[in-house]
Design a binder for this molecule. Structure first.
Ligand SMILES: [Zn+2]
Length: 423
C-alpha cells in the first residue's frame, strides 16, 4: 500500500503535476476500497488523509469511469443522516490473459471483481508448428475474448500473454522457449500486428510467474500467507515464487527456471539440450514415458490434456501397478527438487499446479516424505503442500489479473461514461 503517496496535496507545481497527482489520488482511493471494502467518503478521507471535498470529487470520477458504485447506506453511523457507502464496481472493466503452452493454447477474460467472462483451452501440439501459425491461432482466441468483453459492453484494460520460456525483464520479449522450439520471437510485436495494432496494452510474461500471481490471489482469499512457491507441471516444469508478498523476478526477469535445476541423473535430453534437468524426471513427458507405451492415446497431444490425465487417474484408481510406480517415482523426484526450493526459500505453501495438481493425490505423499527427509528446518520449515484449484487455468487467470492491475495503478486508462453511450 502506498497511501502516504496521496496525502494532502499542496498547491505548488505545473499542470502536468496536477494531472499526475490527480491520477495518483484516484489510484489511492480505488485501491483503498478494493483492499478494505465498502466505505463512506468521510471514512476514505479520514483513512487516506485526503480532504473530504477532494475525496467526493475523486469518487465521482471513479463512479463515472465505472470503477466504483454507490453501495448501501452506512449503518455504522449512529447520529444524523446516514451516509452512503461506495464499493468496487468494475463489472464493465475486463482484463484478458492468453497462454501458449506446449500442448494447448488458452484464454481467459475476467472483470475487475474477478468474475469470469470467458475461459477456453484448445489442445494444440505447438512444437511442430512454426511460431507464426501458433500466433495466428492465439490471435483468434484473443479476438474471441475481446469480442466477449465487447458483447457485454465492457472496456478492456489490457491483454497479457503467458509463454513457457524466458521473458527478458527490460524488453518484455521472449528470449527462449525450449519446449516450443522457439528462440527469440518478438511475441508482442507479432501479436500487435495480428490484432490490428489495438489501442489496449499488450504484454508478454512467463507463464509460471503469472500462474503464481493467480495462485497467490486465490490463496489469500482464505489465508494470509506471504511466501509461496508454485510448481507448474506440464511438458516443461516452471516455478513461480512469491516472497514477502512480491513476485520474485530476479535481476533480468529470468528467475523461476526450476525445471532446469541439474538434480537428475543424466538420461533423457531436456528440451533445453542439457541432460540431468529436473523436468526430465518430473515433466509430463517423463511420467508418460514411465507409465505408458508409445502408442497409448494418453500420449496424444491432439487430445485435451485433462482428458489424457483422466486416463492416468482411472488407472491409478484401479490400482494399475505400472501407473502407481511411475507416480511414486515422479512424486519422489518432485520432493527431491522441491526440498531444494524449500531449503532456499522457506515458503509457507508449496502449490502443485498444472498436471501436478490433477495427479496430486498420488504425488503428494512421496513428495512430502522427500521434503521431510531433506529439508533441514524442523517440520519442513512449516511448509504445507497444497494442490491448486486453478490447475491449467492459473496462467491465463494471472494474465487477466495483471492486465487489470494497471487499472488500479492508473484508473484513467478506463474512459469516462458518456451519457447514452454504452461503455
Ligand atoms: Zn533443461
Amino acid at each position: 500500500m502506498t497511501l502516504s503517496d496521496g496525502r494532502r496535496p499542496g498547491n505548488r507545481g505545473v499542470a502536468a503535476d496536477h494531472v499526475s497527482l490527480r491520477r495518483n489520488n484516484l489510484s489511492v482511493v480505488l485501491r483503498h476500497v478494493r483492499d478494505l471494502g465498502p466505505r463512506s467518503r468521510a471514512r476514505i478521507a479520514a483513512d487516506t488523509g485526503l480532504n473530504k471535498a477532494t475525496v467526493s470529487s475523486l469518487v465521482a470520477e471513479l463512479v463515472e469511469r465505472g470503477l466504483l458504485r454507490e453501495g448501501p447506506a452506512d449503518s455504522t453511523r449512529a447520529l444524523g443522516r446516514p451516509g452512503q457507502l461506495v464499493e468496487l464496481d468494475g463489472s464493465g472493466v475486463c482484463g484478458v490473459g492468453a497462454e501458449i503452452n506446449v500442448d494447448y493454447l488458452a484464454v481467459a477474460a475476467l472483470d475487475l471483481a474477478g468474475d469470469i467472462v470467458l475461459e477456453k483451452r484448445v489442445p494444440v501440439d505447438v512444437a511442430p508448428l512454426d511460431p507464426g501459425t501458433t500466433l495466428d491461432r492465439l490471435a483468434d482466441l484473443v479476438r474471441e475474448a475481446v469480442a466477449a468483453v465487447d458483447a457485454r459492453g465492457g472496456q478492456l484494460a489490457g491483454v497479457t500473454l503467458a509463454v513457457p520460456g524466458l521473458v527478458e525483464g527490460d524488453t518484455g520479449e521472449l528470449k527462449l522457449a525450449p519446449n516450443l522450439g522457439w528462440g527469440e520471437v518478438s511475441v508482442t510485436q507479432e501479436m500487435r500486428s495480428r490484432l490490428g495494432e489495438p489501442s489496449y496494452g499488450l504484454h508478454v510474461d512467463n507463464e509460471a510467474n503469472l500462474a503464481a500471481l493467480a495462485e497467490y490471489s486465490e490463496i489469500r482469499k482464505s489465508d494470509q500467507v506471504q511466501d509461496l512457491v508454485l510448481l507448474t507441471g506440464a511438458v516443461g516444469v516452471g516455478g513461480g515464487m512469491v516472497t514477502g508478498g512480491h513476485l520474485l523476478r530476479g535481476g533480468h526477469g529470468y528467475s523461476g527456471e526450476v525445471g532446469h535445476m541439474p538434480v537428475a541423473p543424466p538420461g533423457r535430453t531436456c528440451g533445453c539440450g542439457r541432460t540431468g534437468c529436473w523436468e526430465t524426471v518430473v515433466g509430463l513427458t517423463a511420467l508418460l514415458h514411465k507409465a505408458t507405451d508409445r502408442d497409448d492415446p494418453v500420449r496424444d497431444p491432439s487430445l485435451d490434456v485433462e482428458q489424457r490425465l483422466a486416463g492416468i487417474t482411472r488407472r491409478a484408481e484401479a490400482g494399475d501397478a505400472r501407473t502407481l510406480t511411475a507416480l511414486k517415482d515422479v512424486g519422489t523426484w518432485l520432493g527431491i527438487g522441491g526440498a531444494i526450493l524449500v531449503n532456499i526459500l522457506n515458503p509457507d505453501v508449496l502449490v502443485l499446479g498444472g498436471y501436478f495438481a490433477v495427479l496430486g493425490p498420488w504425488l503428494k505423499e512421496p513428495l512430502e516424505k522427500a521434503i521431510r527427509d531433506r529439508v533441514i528446518a524442523p517440520d519442513g520449515g512449516g511448509c504445507r503442500v497444497v494442490r491448486s484449484d486453478l490447475g491449467f487455468a492459473a496462467a491465463v487467470r494471472g494474465g487477466a489479473q495483471i492486465s487489470l492491475d494497471q487499472v488500479f495503478v492508473d484508473p484513467t486508462v478506463i474512459g469516462r461514461a458518456e451519457p447514452g453511450v454504452a461503455q
